[in-house]
Design a protein around this ligand. Structure first.
Ligand code: 2P0
Length: 326
């Protein structure tokens, strides 16, 4: 009996061109491509040990047992590994999220990317990075992008085989940086999963969104080639606002913004009026992420810390792809 143990680390990614809506709920196939930046500050480390003695998988996150809902989601993911490997062993799965305490940024992207890597290696599946990206996608859409470092593109594809991510620029050596403003760290009211479903089913703007993303992907890739942070920021900000317009135009309408998110966005506009090039993006929660060139870091931090407090601002550089620890 081989040891059947592996440990892997994956970093969270933040989308600059958002994924919002699934064509296939089961396979997690998106309606659109998307593009993200992997961050070095936030990551998940997961270890998997298959064990002949077990009669079900045993999960812990940050040394605590997981909720019933998460237990089911994780066990379902482990079934994919068992099916591929054609064995019926269960595993001890221990996951640790390295994020500022309750940052509300412990995205499922790093969680499922780390689990896909650790579980497939422990099961000796020998997956390529592309195969790993496809597998991570089955846990959570955004996880498909966290297999790679730096700037990453998720090709929507049309089936399990064709929907995966690939790196655009793994080095990102032109000063791109992000500040996460930790505004509210409680659990979100509308999960991404149900928020997406509601939008796809009810927003009259959904067809327009698909066109927006098509154009933004082309424009963003050109901006990355030019290493033009202002253009990258402009396109990302506009794309994020158009994604959030989908939530406002759904039935029932909802939003992930709160009052402090609006204050933060206002402050970024003010900084821009004063000649500091910075831009914002938001995901399925009120926390605002600021995009800028690292040379402007101190002036942006100084302005934001007056309002939000220095401890609620986390600077992050581009981060690496999957790392195997054992
Ligand atoms: C993204 N988000 O592209 C978008 C933008 C949030 C806003 O992907 O249902 O946890 O597991 O596929 O990946 C968050 O949703 O959703 C997300 P599922 P996921 O990053």
């Amino acid at each position: 009996m081989p040891k059947m143990f592996a440990s892997a680390r994956a970093h969270t990614n933040i989308a600059l061109i958002k994924y919002w809506g699934k064509k296939d709920q089961k396979l997690i196939l998106p309606y659109t491509d998307s593009l993200s930046l992997t961050l070095n500050e936030f990551y998940t480390t997961t270890s998997v040990q298959f064990d002949e003695q077990l009669t079900h998988d045993e999960f812990s996150i940050n040394a605590e047992p997981v909720s019933e809902h998460n237990q089911q989601k994780l066990a379902h993911f482990m079934d994919l590994i068992r099916n591929q490997r054609q064995f019926n062993l269960f595993a001890h799965v221990n996951s640790v999220n390295h994020v500022p305490i309750s940052a509300g940024l412990a995205s499922s992207s790093s969680a499922f990317a780390a689990l896909a890597a650790a579980a497939s290696k422990a099961a000796e599946l020998n997956l390529s990075a592309t195969e790993l990206s496809r597998l991570a996608r089955r846990g959570s859409g955004s996880a498909t992008r966290s297999i790679f470092g730096g700037l990453v593109e998720w090709h929507k594809g049309h089936d399990d085989k064709t929907s995966f991510a690939s790196p655009i620029d793994e080095q990102v050596d032109f000063g791109l940086e992000m500040i996460a403003i930790l505004i509210d760290t409680s659990v979100k009211k509308v999960s991404s999963r149900s928020g997406m479903q509601n939008v796809v089913a009810t927003s009259p703007y959904y067809p327009a969104w698909q066109e927006v993303v098509k154009n933004d992907m082309v424009a963003m890739k050109a901006a990355i080639l030019k290493k033009d942070i202002n253009l990258i920021g402009q396109i990302a900000e506009e794309n994020a606002m158009r994604m959030h317009a989908l939530t406002l135009s759904a039935q029932p309408s909802f939003t992930y913004f709160n009052a402090a998110s609006l204050t933060a966005m206002d402050m970024i506009h003010d900084l821009r009026s004063n000649g500091i090039n910075c831009y914002y993006t938001l995901d399925a929660g009120p926390n605002v992420k600021v995009i800028y060139h690292h040379q402007d870091r101190e002036v942006i931090l100084a302005a934001l810390s007056e309002q939000f407090g220095h401890n609620n601002l986390v600077v992050s550089q581009p981060g690496p792809g999957i790392q195997y620890l054992k």
